[in-house]
Design a protein around this ligand. Structure first.
Ligand SMILES: *[C@@H]1O[C@H](CO)[C@@H](O)[C@H](O)[C@H]1NC(C)=O
Ligand SMILES: *[C@@H]1O[C@H](CO)[C@@H](O)[C@H](O)[C@H]1NC(C)=O
Ligand SMILES: *[C@@H]1O[C@H](CO)[C@@H](O)[C@H](O)[C@H]1NC(C)=O
Ligand SMILES: *[C@@H]1O[C@H](CO)[C@@H](O)[C@H](O)[C@H]1NC(C)=O
Ligand SMILES: *[C@@H]1O[C@H](CO)[C@@H](O)[C@H](O)[C@H]1NC(C)=O
Ligand SMILES: *[C@@H]1O[C@H](CO)[C@@H](O)[C@H](O)[C@H]1NC(C)=O
Ligand SMILES: *[C@@H]1O[C@H](CO)[C@@H](O)[C@H](O)[C@H]1NC(C)=O
Ligand SMILES: *[C@@H]1O[C@H](CO)[C@@H](O)[C@H](O)[C@H]1NC(C)=O
Ligand SMILES: *[C@@H]1O[C@H](CO)[C@@H](O)[C@H](O)[C@H]1NC(C)=O
Length: 508
């Protein structure tokens, strides 16, 4: 008790000291035509919770860009001691020189970030709204939404543009994810490239299903879905039943002629919160916890980091239990240690030695070999090689193609993989002990969403209701396995007994 009380007192002391300057200097929450927000200035919402201005993420750590500073126009939590952006205007077009940039309400009424040049001002970013009035004003609202509206009216119909309609990786309370047919807007979250680079990354989170059933889906590189909420069943999204009956944190889905969207709400209005699509591809709902003076994650989707498509990049093994969770396969090294350090693992690992790519041995006796792995989920994008009827034939089939990187032989026959191996996942439960040596593959998938997911994602194994029955049968037979039967979040584990190997050049 004592330590908590003193912590709070300390925190308030720090806070009041931070606020002394702003008590004297009038803070403004709006930008009118003719005014400009220069490099060091900021707008502060009238409740003091949010600020808009130019910010820089740690330039020293940035990879491949020679430590050029990167300035972004964005919104952040103004009262939180840990710098936390919630929206970025020019994520893929940062400014190098803070002194030369400014935010203005431009001649056409739009918001624009300009960089003063010797000959002309260049536009780095613009809100590009269709303005139907002769005078607009930009206001940073108390909920963190930056709105551009007519200066003659407060009506919501006179809002021409708002940051909540163009979210980056964050949705705040009051913001929506979903679309509006009248405006053609689709509000979706896109992860950032890494922990300092605010450029859009590979992961997105959005609502799917315009006419039929609606679900929320996370996708890698626009084409590889890896998490789905399941369809809306009238009360909740079928794979996240835990969202029902929550009063403290609620997830609402609104469906009307024109709009379909989700929004979250935290009942206590004093709690600071945000929901982000993290650099790691996981959706995270976080609340600010003054006790620890940090953000605490209260909800994640998918639940396991290794469920995120390509989280560790090619030629890696993802492990949800150990730390670090991404390791290179034997014979491979991290492609970009700088990106890796910034939590961007999508580059994965590269071969230490190129494949020999020839069925026969070289003069010095080296040859391509396969390294067997046990207790792993097979990578996606498997190709079935039907004519091979033994593990040896399967191996030969793979060796005969230079682009073939792995094979697996088991009940499903011979499967081979070409080029990058993605989503290899270690299951570290010591399962081999109680299932036997044959037990080596675990396929994780989501119940109810199989029809939606690309078949490759489920490793070419036809997952049917039969397989469900089979997997449950195995749980009941193998006493020890039952404790690993995870059902929360609609996940099921399917056990089969395939062998898998990947190909590498073993140089001694
Ligand atoms: C960044 O680098 C500069 C010069 O090397 C140094 O003065 C500064 O303290 C560094 N900043 C951080 C946050 O490490
Ligand atoms: C750049 O814009 C400012 C107004 O924001 C204006 O005063 C200045 O003349 C412009 N410079 C050039 C070169 O157009
Ligand atoms: C602005 O209006 C024009 C014509 O009505 C339309 O073609 C354009 O897409 C609109 N732009 C935006 C950003 O809404
Ligand atoms: C804008 O339009 C209103 C009427 O719609 C008019 O009264 C006002 O003078 C105009 N302002 C400017 C700056 O043109
Ligand atoms: C808009 O709202 C603000 C604060 O609520 C008020 O001061 C202002 O007069 C309103 N403007 C108009 C045009 O109604
Ligand atoms: C993303 O998709 C594009 C086009 O489909 C492809 O060219 C690119 O290699 C993909 N990137 C990754 C990292 O998978
Ligand atoms: C909304 O737009 C989508 C695609 O743009 C379309 O399929 C759907 O029918 C529209 N819904 C309504 C209610 O107009
Ligand atoms: C969500 O729905 C509940 C119950 O209908 C309601 O009390 C709450 O205000 C809604 N939250 C939002 C953000 O609309
Ligand atoms: C593969 O080995 C055969 C026999 O040694 C040789 O003739 C051929 O040139 C080799 N091919 C490559 C690509 O090294």
């Amino acid at each position: 008790m004592y330590s908590i009380v003193s912590l709070i007192i300390f925190f308030e002391l720090v806070q009041s000291q931070r606020h002394i300057p702003s008590c004297h200097a009038a803070t403004i929450d709006a930008l009118s035509p003719g005014q400009e927000l220069a490099g060091g200035d900021k707008l502060v919402s009238s409740n003091g919770k949010f600020a808009l201005g130019f910010f820089q993420t740690d330039g020293n750590k940035s990879s491949n860009n020679n430590n050029t500073p990167k300035w972004y126009l964005g919104i952040w939590f103004n009262t939180v001691p840990k710098f936390t952006p919630v929206w970025v205007a020019n994520g893929d077009n940062p400014v190098a020189d803070l002194a030369s940039c400014k935010l203005v309400v431009s001649g056409d009424g739009s918001l624009a970030v300009l960089v003063a040049g010797a000959a002309k001002n260049s536009t780095v970013w613009s809100s590009k709204a269709n303005i139907t009035t002769n005078s607009t004003i930009a206001v940073l609202l108390d909920n963190g939404n930056l709105v551009l509206r007519s200066s003659n009216s407060n009506a919501s119909s006179s809002i021409f543009w708002q940051s909540f309609d163009h979210p980056t990786d964050t949705v705040l309370q009051g913001g929506k994810i979903g679309w509006n047919n009248a405006t053609g807007l689709n509000r979706r979250l896109v992860s950032r490239k890494n922990t300092i680079d605010q450029a859009p990354g590979m992961y997105s989170f959005e609502l799917f299903g315009h006419n039929g059933p609606t679900s929320i889906v996370s996708t890698f590189n626009s084409s590889n879905p890896y998490w789905s909420s399941g369809d809306w069943n009238g009360r909740y999204f079928s794979n996240i039943p835990e969202t029902v009956g929550q009063t403290w944190l609620s997830l609402n889905f609104t469906i009307s002629e024109q709009e379909r969207y989700i929004e979250y709400a935290i009942a206590d209005p004093t709690v600071l919160s945000r929901t982000i699509l993290d650099v790691s591809g996981q959706l995270k709902a976080l609340v600010w916890f003054e006790g620890s003076r940090d953000w605490q994650t209260i909800f994640t989707a998918p639940k396991s980091q290794c469920d995120v498509y390509a989280f560790c990049g090619p030629f890696t093994v993802c492990n949800d239990i150990t730390f670090p969770s991404c390791t290179c396969m034997k014979g491979f090294s991290i492609r970009s240690p700088e990106d890796w350090e910034l939590d961007d693992r999508t580059g994965g690992c590269v071969r230490n030695t190129p494949l020999f790519c020839n069925g026969s041995k070289s003069v010095d006796g080296t040859a391509d070999k396969f390294y067997p792995m046990t207790s792993v989920q097979l990578p996606d994008k498997a190709q079935n090689f039907g004519t091979a009827t033994s593990a040896d034939e399967c191996e030969v089939a793979c060796l005969s193609s230079c682009s073939c990187t792995a094979y697996s032989y088991g009940e499903g026959g011979c499967s081979v993989w070409h080029d990058k191996l993605l989503n290899v996942r270690q299951q570290d439960f010591g399962m081999a002990k109680f299932i036997g040596r044959d037990f080596s593959q675990v396929v994780t998938t989501m119940r109810g969403t199989i029809g939606y997911l690309a078949p490759e994602w489920i490793s070419g194994t036809a997952i049917t209701s039969k397989v469900d029955v089979y997997s449950y049968g195995m749980y009941s037979n193998a006493q020890a396995a039952r404790s690993y039967c995870r059902e929360q979040g609609g996940e099921i584990l399917v056990y089969t007994s395939l062998e898998s190997s990947y190909r590498f050049l073993d140089v001694r």
